[in-house]
Design a protein around this ligand. Structure first.
Ligand SMILES: [Zn+2]
Length: 164
């Protein structure tokens, strides 16, 4: 398995227990370059996926970012959002969309970056069924459109000095 941007071989540990066939990156720089090089999806393409606005659900959003004024479901998500807002200079929405993946199930990606036409799934631990849901969604949207930010990348998003 190689970095999708620079082609460098990835450490074995960095891809353990991850969904197969997802694009992975060797550094935050490589991930950022890849995402920012994608182009926005035309509106009809998003509608063709059957994507709807996700229902607002506050249930277990316990991780509040004073920087963004938004509550997230995990600190990992919170740090990724803060980092992207501060360092990537692109728009980002949290749980914006709901994607039907079969007759009964929908999948809500964590983040939507409309200027890049990319969704990000930030995943610390995989709960039962989460991996197959993610893989189904990635097959529908495309591996370049639904990207994974796995636990092994969490050190890229440790809280540093955030922009004012
Ligand atoms: Zn790389």
């Amino acid at each position: 398995m190689h970095c999708a941007t620079c082609g460098k071989e990835l450490r074995r540990g960095s891809r353990l227990n991850l969904p197969t066939e997802s694009l992975l990156f060797c550094t935050e720089t490589c991930m950022r370059h890849y995402v920012l090089a994608q182009t926005a999806l035309p509106r009809y393409a998003i509608e063709d996926f059957g994507i709807r606005t996700a229902p607002m659900n506050w249930g277990d959003r316990n991780c509040f970012s004073p920087y963004l004024g938004v509550s997230f479901r995990s600190w990992f998500e919170c740090r990724v959002a803060e980092h992207i807002v501060c360092h990537w200079q692109t728009q980002i929405f949290y749980e914006a969309h709901s994607l039907p993946i079969d007759d009964r199930h929908c999948y809500i990606p964590d983040f939507w970056l409309p200027e890049c036409g990319v969704w990000l799934e930030v995943k610390g631990e995989w709960r039962l069924g989460a991996k197959s849901k993610f893989e189904r969604a990635r097959d529908i949207l495309g591996p370049n459109r639904l990207l994974l930010v796995p636990e092994s990348c969490s050190s890229w998003f440790k809280r540093r000095k955030l922009c004012p």
